[in-house]
Ligand binder design. Structure first.
Ligand SMILES: [Mn+2]
Length: 526
């Protein structure tokens, strides 16, 4: 169920039009919060000073370093970022991403074996490792040092090694690539080479992509990094791989966060879901110009394959969703394990309750979970942690492996948790930011201020307005266009959704189209 929360009649003090002063008041954000500030000092992160010491020791003594990433867009960009920096500085560095299917999530035993065979002295993890206590011990037994950089929730038992984690830092919303960037920042700042700030700055396109892809909140420092990152992404300085992806998907600058969410991230992710994430990593590191296009076409192909598999499996699981249960919990044989997470997300979108999609593979099953407020996935899994072979995640998403014989017990436990959290059932609440009238859509200041508040994304969404039906709107018979009469002119409002009556419209994603009309998505009528 969709419910709307009406805006408070408050406004903040800011050099903006009344409507956007209200938007900010409703969100509890001051004008100062929007400013693009300096980045925070990376050395304020716990353990980062020691980590830089250890990494620079490797450079001085020519040690071999393995950077261990993860197969999603955040993990791939985090790896590409640190790899570029270390490689540039002359490190002997090996990039590694575990295979989603044979190795699974976290610091991989296979990676440790390879590190040992290749004479690696130091492993640095990005976007993973916080739950890999046993694996860290194993590496240490081989005489390999490990530095963990991760942003996933800390489990009760931490690996006994140097850990760089945003908890307790000025920006606790850093994603994997954000933490990787902090480490790069600290390294470059310590070395203080010529032009280091510029070198750091051009890494922000990677940070923007990983942060938006991993649903890092677009507030505070994340907002600053993403704002600059999408500027780079829209420019000639964007990484060749990003330019190639955008070209093969026919997207022109300026790039907005939605392009990352719906175009770039799905393509980077597809490689790891269908074949190997190393393809996406190479696209972001080793490739130039023409080659990048060839690689991007390959990634494009993997993305189409992913879509085909996803549609096939979605059809299968839809037969098993249960309308009257507090959660969707579907387990089947023969689902493609690369798309379980996407399927769970689809179920949440469609049915607005937590979703668990599990593939049975003989005695062991692997599942993916997606939550919805107030169902916290990690908390739910952690409470029955004894049931799993392996599990991890955060508030909105998680994954696990479990003995197939325990699936029914898990279902019951998760149902209990869901009923406890939301006895009345789940649903989406949309906060309306401000009221507008048709005349506002003719106002240059309205569009200027709306653009000024960009980027919009998680934690700072597109403004949602109530468009008052003041008699100056005429709705077409199919409910898809609304003619709006201004003082001297008229404007066509094209809408997604069906508009029926004479009520006020809840509308979002307003934008001006090239033909002079306005587009918006109608969420409801109130
Ligand atoms: Mn991540």
């Amino acid at each position: 169920m969709l419910s709307f929360v009406l805006p408070k009649d408050e406004e903040i003090d800011a050099p903006l039009s009344r409507i956007f002063r209200k938007v900010l008041a409703n969100r509890g954000i001051s004008f100062k919060d929007l400013e693009t500030r300096e980045l925070y000092d990376p050395f304020l992160m716990e353990n980062i000073n020691e980590a830089v010491d250890r990494i620079l020791f490797a450079l001085k003594t020519n040690e071999r370093v393995l950077i261990h990433g993860d197969y999603d867009a955040d993990g791939i960009t985090a790896l590409a970022l640190l790899y570029r920096v270390l490689n540039d500085l002359g490190f002997d560095v090996i990039p590694y991403i575990p295979d989603r299917f044979s190795e699974g999530y976290g610091l991989s035993r296979e990676a440790i074996r390879i590190a040992k065979d290749m004479g690696v002295n130091l492993i640095i993890t990005v976007d993973c490792g916080i739950s890999s206590k046993k694996e860290v011990e194993e590496a240490k037994n081989y005489g390999i040092d490990v530095i963990i950089t991760d942003h996933h929730l800390k489990p009760k038992e931490l690996p006994d090694t140097l850990i760089i984690h945003p908890q307790g830092y000025l920006n606790e919303n850093l994603t994997g690539v954000g933490v990787s960037f902090k480490l790069a920042h600290a390294l470059l700042q310590r070395l203080n080479l010529r032009d280091w700030k510029k070198k750091l700055y051009v890494l922000l396109d990677l940070v923007a992509v990983g942060t938006v892809a991993d649903m890092g909140l677009l507030v505070g420092e994340n907002r600053t990094m993403v704002k600059h990152g999408i500027k780079i992404l829209s420019s000639a300085s964007a990484k060749a791989g990003f330019k190639a992806i955008l070209k093969s998907a026919s997207i022109n600058p300026p790039i907005k966060p939605w392009v990352i969410s719906f175009v770039i991230a799905p393509r980077l992710n597809s490689a790891g879901r269908i074949e190997t994430a190393m393809k996406s990593f190479e696209l972001l590191t080793k490739i130039k110009g023409e080659d990048a296009l060839k690689f991007a076409e390959e990634v494009e192909r993997l993305n189409r394959e992913r879509q085909r598999i996803q549609n096939r499996d979605l059809k299968r699981i839809l037969d098993f969703v249960e309308m009257d249960e507090p959660i969707n919990f579907v387990y089947l044989e023969g689902l493609h394990e690369g798309v379980l997470g996407i399927l769970a997300s689809k179920l949440v979108d469609m049915f607005e309750k937590p979703a668990f999609v599990i593939n049975i593979n003989g005695e062991i099953s692997r599942g993916s979970a997606r939550g919805i407020e107030p169902f916290n996935v990690f908390e739910a899994l952690d409470r029955v942690g004894y049931l799993f072979e392996n599990y991890g995640g955060h508030a909105l998403a998680g994954g696990f492996t479990i003995k197939t014989s325990k699936l029914e017990v898990l279902r019951e436990k998760l149902k209990e948790y869901a009923l406890e959290k939301a006895p009345q059932g789940f649903g989406r609440t949309i906060n309306i930011d401000a009221e507008i009238i048709a005349q506002d859509l003719f106002d240059e200041e309205f569009w200027r201020d709306k653009e000024f508040l960009e980027p919009y994304g998680y934690g700072f969404p597109e403004p949602v307005f109530v468009l008052k039906n003041d008699g100056k709107m005429e709705i077409s018979t199919d409910g898809k266009t609304i003619l709006i009469f201004g003082e001297y002119n008229l404007c066509e409002l094209k809408v997604k959704g069906n508009v029926r009556g004479k009520k006020d419209l809840v509308i979002t994603n307003l934008r001006r189209l090239a033909d002079g009309s306005v587009y918006g998505e109608v969420l409801g009528e109130i």
